[in-house]
Design a protein around this ligand. Sequence first.
Ligand code: NAP
Length: 489
Amino acid sequence: MTQNAQSNRLRYVIVGAGMAGMLAGIKLLQRGVTNFAIYEKADRIGGTWRENTYPGLTCDVPSHSYTYSFEPYPDWTCLMPSGAEIQEYFEKVRVKYGLDDYLHFKKEITTCEYVEGKWCIQTACGHKDYADIVIAATGVLHHPRIPEIEGMDSFNGAIFHSARWDHSVPPDGRRIAVIGTGSTGVQIVSALSKIAAQLTHFQRTPQWIMPVENRPFTNEEKAAFHSDPEILKRMQNDPELEANIERFSAAITDPESDAMKQIDELVLNNLEQSVKDPELREKLRPDYKPACKRLIYSPDFYEAVQRPNVEVVVEGVDRIEPEGIRSCDGQLHEFDVIVLATGFRADMFVRPAQVKGRGGVSLDDVWGDSPQAYMAIMIPDFPNFFMLNGPGGPVGNFSLIEIAEHQWNYVEQLIRLVEGGDCREVCVTSEAFEQFERDRIAAAKHTIFATGCDSWYLDARGIPATWPWTRQRFKQEMAAPKPEALELN
Ligand code: NAP
């Protein structure tokens, strides 16, 4: 049999049509594999860029690095593109690579069970599929964390989560509250401070802010990106940016490193020099190490919170009343709109889909509230089930596209074993999975994420749930699976 015939003998199901699911589809097609389906719960591709449409949404990874390596994009308008521009990029990629024939929208996978050597997949609307190989590309941050605040239902105005933006509510000239100071809250405050009549930022924990420039590309630059593929490639693989990423990677794995001291200095100077009012400066000063929470890059947050129509409230949210928010000091702040920029549940991954592996073992039982996966990809007893951007991956301040591409390289080598007839099923051994997790936890406890702040990086046990080693090590691990870690049947 030819390679194509061997590959198409197998059926592949991809869960999710975001950046990683699209990547998997494209990579299969590039190898001549056509016997696959991409199931998506929503009505469009795009994942996080489809779901988040809040004012000010931008990517803090430079545009030319936030592209598939095989699909550079000369049309980026600026260094850090808006969410809408990124969504447009993915839509163009969808068309160019002919993914429409494989996309199934409004088909949320509810169960995925391994029965007699096949994955039986069922969607909420009753559709069934049977796959040899499942790629779970469901993303990390897609289940909004709605805080439990007393009186939330009593509010007379509009109230919504940042990832469920209500565009029927015009923010111009309104009195708006933003609860939350993560990357999202910071971007929303920066954008709305320019148009709201009054904007109140409820900050439970201050954040360190890394200054960054976001400038539009000039017409000359854009013309050069179009006319010279080498220039575009250089933008994609900018050596200066590469060096910065390496320094950042070194810093988060070694909080005492010189690289981390440089970050400390940059964010401290930014606070000291940008915020004039000493009282406001102290409100904004974190008491934990920079990058312990995901580091926020912003060109204009400090400028935004110093505008006369902006107030930062640190007294805490006591309850919500029909007219607004009562802070813990007893003061009532009146609003027309309340935005919950309160983050996401980072422990869900492919769930709430019920995934059951060999012998009916369920992912919920294996994971509980602390999901884990060998190399962020595989779980024992879940054969031929591979995750892209699964638990324990390098999720902080890196281009997740690059991460997913490395993971795909690894997954593809596993898939080839099945396609080539070396085995019917492949998964990680229990020993390798457990040893990996022990090593990962031991290393995670020495990362910057474990230096005493709370963040979505921490699992329910308070242990960082991220890749704890350098980016270089991740790339090395992804280059080739270790045969001794694999169980082939
Ligand atoms: P987040 O980082 O988890 O931040 C949530 C914020 O809400 C925190 O400030 C948290 O305060 C606050 N909060 C939660 N519950 C609260 C409550 N009951 N009362 C008051 N405050 C409450 O979430 P996010 O900002 O949505 O960002 C999540 C991740 O999305 C980012 O870290 C990043 O990975 C990604 N993202 C990326 C970009 C980008 O440009 N690439 C942009 C946006 C988001 P505490 O700190 O006190 O818990």
